[in-house]
Design a protein around this ligand. Structure first.
Ligand SMILES: [Zn+2]
Length: 322
């Protein structure tokens, strides 16, 4: 649906009126649609504004990359750091990779937002599940940095202490506020903390020049769950941040770190901490742990040397997530 509006009445100090087109993107968008959109605006010197959740903002990133236009991200919830990240979600990335290998296909260039506008009053009114998912996606940064340090020590991977510290700071900020605000976290105050933390996670990725500080083995488990859900036609619809937060309990355990702290913080915000609460069975989690090791072999993590089935079962038992 498109609508052409002149907004000189909204911005009275601008000499010439600014025309804009307002378009509601369909919920399930295919790549051809995004490419057509990019072609349409390519010659118009347009700037884009992405208003919505992570999926919509990812679509606008693709249009922005293909049309070489700037975009401003206006998230309507704080469920993960996609609004501040130049990278797109795993499923869309896979689709784009396949498409770019075809003749005439376009490759996605990671594209950061020109600005982020976070209306915390609006965001605090999003379903509470989005705030608890946002906490999960921030706690995941602890694992991501542990994996990154491990890759640096064992494989000599390039490591950036500034980006890593930035990512850890986001987890510190959110942990402190969850503990001090308790139930009040589900308010404008909580939304404010999360938007700052999730926004800073995007900055950490820009400093690192990769998603390393924000995405490690816990995200690989989440991507594996997405993949298996799709392959098996399961209608699970689990929030990304709930998956990454949940997987962080297991990955913190494998790193020999304080997994109980991660679990207790997730519990504090009513995020799932058992397989039943997450809505999956033990076999699916075991398959995801096995699959996660193969998803991005170039990214060395605690899973890279191979997690045996018995070790995975042991981790599930020890962390009490069953
Ligand atoms: Zn994430």
């Amino acid at each position: 649906m498109t609508k052409n509006i002149t907004i000189n009445s909204i911005l009275p100090n601008i000499d010439s009126p600014i025309d804009y087109t307002h378009e509601i993107l369909p919920k399930s968008t295919n790549l051809e649609y995004l490419i057509d959109e990019a072609i349409e605006i390519e010659d118009e010197k347009s700037s884009l504004m992405a208003v919505g959740g992570g999926t919509i903002i990812d679509y606008v990133k693709v249009i922005s990359s293909f049309s070489k236009s700037d975009y401003i991200a206006i998230p309507t919830n704080a469920s993960h750091d996609g609004f501040s990240s130049p990278y797109i979600n795993f499923t869309l990335r896979e689709q784009l990779l396949a498409q770019s290998q075809k003749k005439g296909g376009k490759a996605y260039t990671p594209t950061s937002p020109l600005a982020i506008i976070g209306d915390t009053t609006l965001i605090s009114k999003a379903p509470p599940i989005s705030l608890s998912a946002g906490v999960g996606d921030i706690l995941a940064k602890r694992v991501a940095v542990l994996d990154w340090r491990l890759a640096h020590r064992l494989k000599g991977s390039k490591f950036d202490i500034y980006a890593a510290t930035f990512a850890e700071m986001t987890a510190n900020m959110v942990e402190d506020e969850v503990r001090s605000l308790k139930k009040l976290f589900f308010s404008e105050q909580g939304a404010r903390v999360l938007i700052k933390a999730l926004g800073s996670s995007g900055v950490a990725m820009c400093i690192a020049g990769s998603s390393r500080p924000a995405s490690g083995s816990e995200h690989l488990v989440s991507h594996a769950l997405d993949k298996l859900t799709k392959i098996n036609n399961l209608n699970l619809n689990i929030a990304h941040g709930h998956q990454t937060g949940f997987a962080s309990i297991l990955m913190m355990y494998l790193h020999g770190e304080d997994w109980k702290r991660t679990r207790d913080l997730l519990k504090e915000v009513n995020a799932p901490v058992t397989l039943g609460e997450l809505g999956i069975d033990r076999d699916l989690m075991l398959n995801a742990l096995n699959e996660a090791q193969k998803i991005r072999p170039s990214r060395y993590t605690i899973l890279s040397e191979g997690l045996t089935k018995s070790a995975a079962e042991n981790a599930i038992e020890m962390t009490g997530i069953d």
